[in-house]
Design a protein around this ligand. Structure first.
Ligand SMILES: Cc1ncc(COP(=O)(O)O)c(C=O)c1O
Length: 388
């Protein structure tokens, strides 16, 4: 059967496919060390699970309002108001089936053919295809080698067609946090050129070295008005399978997103919303503890990478991803895919090729895995590369 032009153009998510491949190898009994996961390796905290179980037992198994339960929307707006110092109400909130779905709804609501949307490269795999699905054109700012976004890069990328910019800090795949001063200058550009700001803050609670999270939404009311914060339960609370994400911003746009959602998925899963409610309203100490664990692993992976000639790493400021360059090996491999294939075959170590993020001279390594796996995997990589 003929597949539509729209869907024919969409590449499947490479990171999800790779993780499936690693799991299949493990199921065959292969001792593979996987660095591909885009999710915390911790379990969802017990109290969150408990409230979803209770919701099920209480019969909260029916449709909810399309954009989420009033209690969850209230908790999300209260959380944003507290953390960002904003003045949002539940009318500024829509809950969707994961932050990915929030972004998709937002892009479809705001962007269309003829528009250009700026995103920082190396980029999260889903931004360009999602932008393309709206008919708009993604414009990638390549931040290599420094991986930090600067206002002058944005100024050069803006054209008459530019409709918006996506900011993801801390960033997947680089782990970089962009500097406040640059974000302030970028905000000025957004006002001057009337651009929408999509602030994908999904990693905002996983920041290291006592750095503070800074969001463009906090710069001024004028910037906040044009900013859409996207966040969710997945990374902060180890709830990737629950599929709860949300978007906070201008209430008219939120209403339009709700219309779109009403004709596509309807509400996100009823009992998952009760789990998400508990995640936001209960003790946050597991989030802090887990952040410290990620930070320790970050230090370990950075130190182990320093022992491998030809793989250079800028230490990530946040997230659970390291994004070393492999430039030292590109005389022997055609690109990052061939490099990763060699390591999977020779060393039974799975990494994600940087080409998936628009950077063929890099690989992404998720450190959402145990310290012993990090040590074992990096030792294997060093040996396999030394044998070349
Ligand atoms: C930058 C970024 N944004 C959004 C998402 C989507 O998260 P979810 O749909 O699981 O809430 C991810 C997940 O990998 C991500 O890395």
């Amino acid at each position: 059967m003929k597949i539509s032009k729209l869907v024919s153009r969409i590449p499947g998510s490479a990171t999800l496919a790779l993780t499936a491949k690693v799991n299949a190898l493990k199921a065959q009994g292969k001792d593979v060390v996987g660095f591909t996961a885009g999710e915390p390796d911790f379990d969802t905290p017990e109290n969150i699970k408990e409230s979803a179980i209770q919701a099920l037992q209480q019969g909260k198994t029916k449709y909810t309002p399309v954009g989420g339960t009033p209690e969850l929307k209230e908790a999300i707006s209260a959380n944003v108001n507290q953390d960002y110092g904003l003045n949002m109400s539940p009318d500024n909130v829509i809950v969707s089936c994961g932050a990915k779905h929030s972004l998709y709804n937002l892009f479809l609501t705001l962007f269309e053919e003829g528009d250009e949307v700026i995103c920082t490269g190396p980029y999260w795999v889903s931004y360009p295809p999602m932008i393309e699905m709206t008919g708009a054109t993604p414009v990638i700012i390549d931040t290599r080698p420094g991986m930090k976004l600067h206002a002058d890069m944005v100024a050069k990328a803006i054209t008459k067609r530019t409709k918006g910019i996506i900011i993801n800090s801390p960033s997947n795949p680089t782990g970089m946090v962009f500097e406040q001063e640059e974000l302030e200058k970028i905000a000025e550009l957004c006002i001057r050129h009337d651009l929408v700001i999509v602030s994908d803050d999904i990693y905002r609670k996983i920041i290291f070295d006592d750095r503070k999270f800074f969001s463009m939404a906090t710069i001024s009311p004028e910037v906040a008005r044009r900013t859409f914060i996207v966040d969710g339960s997945s990374k902060t609370y180890a709830m990737t399978g629950w599929r709860i994400g949300y978007c906070i911003g201008d209430s008219n746009v939120i209403k339009a997103m709700s219309r779109l959602q009403s004709q596509s998925t309807s509400n996100p899963t009823s009992f998952a919303q009760y789990g998400a409610l508990t995640s936001l309203t209960s003790d946050q100490s597991p989030v802090e503890e887990r952040k410290r664990i990620f930070e320790k692993r970050r230090d370990l992976i950075v130190n182990k990478l320093k022992d491998i000639p030809g793989m250079d790493i800028i230490p990530p400021n946040g997230t659970f991803y390291a994004f070393p360059s492999i430039t030292g090996y590109l005389d022997r491999f055609q690109g990052s895919t061939a490099f990763c294939e060699y390591l999977l075959e020779k060393a039974m170590v799975a990494l994600v090729p940087g080409i998936e993020f628009g950077a063929d001279n890099h690989v992404r390594m998720s450190f959402a895995t145990s310290e012993s796996n990090i040590i074992k995997g990096l030792d294997r990589i060093r040996e396999a590369l030394a044998a070349l």
